[in-house]
Design a protein around this ligand. Structure first.
Ligand SMILES: NC(=O)c1ccc[n+]([C@@H]2O[C@H](COP(=O)([O-])OP(=O)(O)OC[C@H]3O[C@@H](n4cnc5c(N)ncnc54)[C@H](OP(=O)(O)O)[C@@H]3O)[C@@H](O)[C@H]2O)c1
Length: 274
């Protein structure tokens, strides 16, 4: 029986590109909220000979995530989880962005660690925004609350975000939520290391996906600073995701890998760019 790979946000963009690579070795379960998008993606993957199915799931809903994890375990050994589901500033208000990106990562890591076994890997997806947003904005002292009281964690994070003008709240929520994902992914690596589950975070720069197109106008202002002056291609980040979860990478855990075409290396920040 093939190992199982679950890909949240697998109906489009980076998740779908990763399904094309990992589908050669794994049984793929893609999930997201939009059934028509998932159905279309499954048709495309099956045409390419990939063994796969869709499972609708909202990662910001703990009940929905529990069902996904239970279902995945019933299909075989879950060796890889690619958690690519996320919302960018143009896709929702600050509360929705925080719920999907931050709470979603807590729920996904927690529920999948229950059903995953030795030599498996959870890959969380953050963003270059976590590096570009000035660190003074990050309420890092609040992050630890996520380990004990998710409701209080969410309330306090939102209270902090509401200190910013309404016009910038979605952007601030995105940067903070993705900074939190990096922190939480590292905590998860420490928590689940004894079960021999690796947890690795990847922070993409600007990529040519549906989300990348929505954010293009703002993102393009940064391209000239990067070492590689173009957006990344979905298959480029998918190759990295596939390599990270590969069992031969058995010593890789508790880190964030920035894949941004050398943009952050330029030293540009959200405040300094012109
Ligand atoms: N593209 C970029 O330039 C870029 C840069 C930095 C970071 N990232 C990160 O990379 C990841 C992948 O994004 P992408 O570029 O591939 O964008 P994408 O094509 O928009 O993919 C995101 C996927 O997440 C799913 N999703 C959103 N909310 C969800 C929820 N609550 N529950 C389950 N699924 C949900 C969406 O499907 P539904 O709407 O149907 O649920 C969608 O298929 C995201 O975490 C994003 O923040 C992207």
């Amino acid at each position: 029986m093939k190992n199982v790979c679950v890909i949240t946000g697998g109906g489009s963009g980076m998740g779908l590109a990763t399904a094309r690579i990992l589908g050669k070795t794994h049984f793929i379960i893609i999930c997201g909220r939009t059934v028509s998008k998932l159905t279309h993606a499954i048709e495309e993957l099956q045409k390419e000979g990939i063994d796969c199915e869709a499972f609708p799931c909202d990662v910001s809903d703990i009940g929905s995530v529990k069902k996904l994890a239970e279902h995945a375990a019933s299909r075989g050994r879950v060796q890889a989880l690619i958690h690519a589901a996320g919302l960018s500033p143009h896709m929702g208000d600050a509360a929705r962005i925080m719920a999907v990106n931050a709470l979603g990562t807590i729920y996904i890591n927690t529920e999948f660690a229950r059903i995953m076994e030795s030599k498996s890997c959870i890959l969380d997806v953050s963003s270059m925004s976590a590096y570009l947003t000035p660190s003074i904005v990050m309420p890092r002292r609040l992050y630890r609350l996520a380990l004990t009281d998710t409701d209080l964690f969410f309330q306090k994070m939102m209270r902090r975000i509401r200190l910013f003008p309404k016009s910038v709240r979605s952007g601030v929520a995105y940067g903070i939520s993705k900074d939190f994902v990096i922190w939480y992914s590292k905590q998860s690596a420490l928590l689940y290391g004894s079960k021999d589950i690796r947890v690795v975070c990847v922070s993409p720069g600007n990529f040519e996906t549906p989300m990348g197109s929505l954010e293009r106008e703002e993102a393009d202002k940064f391209t000239k600073y990067a070492a590689i002056k173009r957006f990344g291609k979905p298959e480029e980040i998918a190759f990295l995701f596939a390599a990270v979860v590969d069992e031969r990478n058995g010593y890789l855990t508790g880190v964030d890998i920035l894949c941004d075409g050398g943009l952050v290396a330029s030293g540009v920040s959200a405040m300094s760019r012109s």
